[in-house]
Write a protein that binds this ligand. Structure first.
Ligand SMILES: [Zn+2]
Ligand SMILES: [Zn+2]
Length: 301
């Protein structure tokens, strides 16, 4: 098996001996990556500049190049551009394709890192050692999985045979977000899911905000011209709260929570105040002519 061949072209004599192909040190890559990846917790507004992003692509390309040199592979002058059909046994070609893809992206970097997040990598299906055959190799480093006494092998969701050393595939996933074999774009799937979730939450919130407070409180609104309205207490006897569109302050008693009124900051209703009829001292609600209105239908905010 070629992975047992002794390497003769390694410049560092201390590393020339191990028969197994080493994985490169990726700490430079990961620190470059953390600089340019927006982390919701501590770097929410970090906007990477294109130069930083290029550096991450170059760094990973370099690491993979080291891996390829370790394999003693002849440098490929022609990229395998046609590996879209999924499985390929030519892992050196795969490595070459990955390197070339990284280099070309380094030249024209995306505005943001488009890889998957760390959580995605953590959640990947682990393949237990007992399920690994001796002939199973990692398509990236070309080493048999079981050569490692404690193999950490992950299976990508795209295909049951798309298995990699976690250590080999993780940096690629974080940066590019795709399966190196069939280029299924997990990062894009993640983004689309997040987008759909966000939309759902927004719809939910709108549903809740669009006037539902009016029905919960059983408002009986009496519409009064602002000019005709006098409050007998000081201004801070009522606290205002704004929902949804923020344009319709709802006034509440800060002590008992009673809804007092709803007013518009601007627009066609700005001269009108909707007073909660139930709070009007001398008004007998039962004598009012009530017109029902579905608060959820109007954008009461
Ligand atoms: Zn590997
Ligand atoms: Zn795949």
């Amino acid at each position: 098996m070629s992975t047992y061949e002794i390497e003769h072209n390694t410049t560092d004599p201390s590393t020339a001996q191990p028969p197994r192909r080493r994985r490169p040190d990726l700490s430079t890559f990961f620190s470059a990556l953390s600089e340019i990846t927006p982390a919701p917790d501590h770097r929410p507004h970090a906007v990477p500049v294109p130069g930083d992003i290029s550096a991450a692509f170059y760094s990973l390309a370099e690491a993979l190049e080291m891996m390829r040199r370790d394999a003693g592979a002849e440098p490929h002058t022609h990229a395998q551009e046609d590996t879209d059909n999924g499985n390929t046994d030519h892992s050196n070609d795969l490595l070459t394709t990955m390197i070339q893809s990284l280099l070309s992206q380094a030249d024209t970097p995306p505005r943001e890192v488009e890889g998957v997040n760390e959580e995605f990598c953590d959640m990947l299906e682990r393949v237990p050692k007992a399920q690994l055959k001796e002939s199973d190799i990692c398509p990236i480093c070309n080493n048999p999985f079981v050569e490692d006494p404690y193999p950490l092998v992950v299976q990508l969701p795209c295909h049951p045979t798309h298995r990699f050393d976690m250590e080999c595939v993780r940096p690629w996933l974080r940066l590019r977000g795709t399966c190196p074999l069939d280029r299924v774009d997990f990062a894009k799937q993640q983004r689309e899911k997040a987008e759909a979730r966000k939309k759902l939450v927004e719809e939910d919130e709108e549903e809740e905000w669009d006037g539902s407070i009016c029905s919960i409180n059983s408002y009986i609104m009496v519409y009064v011209q602002k000019a005709n309205l006098t409050f007998h207490n000081s201004d801070d006897a009522v606290k205002e709260y704004r929902f949804g569109t923020m344009t319709y302050p709802h006034g509440f008693c800060p002590n008992c929570g009673t809804s007092v009124y709803l007013r518009a900051l601007d627009g066609e209703y700005k001269d009108i105040v909707a007073v909660n009829g139930r709070t009007l001292k001398d008004v007998d609600i039962s004598t009012l002519k009530i017109e029902e209105l579905n608060g959820k239908r109007i954008n009461a905010g």
